[in-house]
Design a protein around this ligand. Structure first.
Ligand SMILES: NC(=O)c1ccc[n+]([C@@H]2O[C@H](COP(=O)([O-])OP(=O)(O)OC[C@H]3O[C@@H](n4cnc5c(N)ncnc54)[C@H](O)[C@@H]3O)[C@@H](O)[C@H]2O)c1
Length: 201
């Protein structure tokens, strides 16, 4: 079984990949290594993954359709795990374009490639899709009302796009993650906050 992990140098993509490699899976990991937070963290994660012989990294941007098509033509993936996105709520007020670029254009390219090559897709949505839902606890059957920010909007659109593609048919699983954290996460968030305040001071 061959896996593609997208956003492999990111926080969740890295930990997932490490777990899969430990289980002997063959993984191709891609990431554009953007500088939303300190890129040294991403290189450090890749260094940990590159010791596994069953791991291969390619620097690819999911918004580049040609590169994505070439990747899927080259490999025969069984499962695609997408954890690449422009994350963060505050940053969407500073750089909204990044959200459309990665979360909409990039995500659509992933859907298209998975559909064409008959790959199963697992991807990350977010609890932010619940907006100011007052009902506790949240349920996946809750209707998604007006999003509170651009990040949430792109995550809702991801879910709707995946739904459209699933009608063709196409297998996917969506996870609405809420504040995932572990070693290295606090550093990224602290750095994100620092970068935010620095760019606004
Ligand atoms: N960490 C959390 O608490 C949390 C909560 C809810 C949802 N999520 C979702 O989980 C996913 C992963 O989150 P994370 O915390 O690991 O984020 P992260 O920022 O650490 O990782 C995302 C990775 O994707 C890469 N990336 C971004 N745009 C790309 C592009 N255009 N092409 C290729 N690579 C690109 C980045 O370089 C980064 O390495 C995201 O979809 C995020 O919205 C995370």
């Amino acid at each position: 079984m061959k896996y593609l992990v997208i956003g492999v140098a990111g926080f969740i993509g890295f930990y997932l990949t490490k777990q899969l490699l430990e289980r002997g899976k063959t993984i191709v990991g891609i990431d554009n290594l953007n500088d939303y937070y300190d890129v040294r963290l991403k290189y450090a994660r890749l260094k940990e993954l590159e010791i596994y012989p069953n791991f291969q990294f390619d620097k690819i941007d999911i918004a580049y359709k040609t590169a994505m098509n070439e990747l899927f033509n080259l490999h025969s993936f069984d499962v695609v795990c997408n954890f690449a996105a422009q994350a963060g709520i505050m940053y969407s007020t500073i750089n909204p374009d990044a959200y459309i670029y990665s979360n909409i254009t990039g995500f659509l390219n992933i859907l298209d490639c998975c559909k064409k090559h008959n790959c199963k897709l697992i991807y990350a949505s977010s609890s932010s899709v619940y907006g100011d839902n007052k009902k506790m606890s949240f349920s996946e059957n809750d209707s998604l009302t007006i999003p509170k920010n651009l990040y949430a909007k792109t995550k809702i659109q991801n879910e709707q796009l995946a739904q459209i593609y699933s009608e063709r048919p196409f297998w996917f699983a969506n996870n609405r993650l809420a504040s995932v954290f572990r070693l290295w996460y606090f550093w990224t968030t602290r750095y994100g906050l620092y970068a935010f305040y620095k760019s606004n001071s």
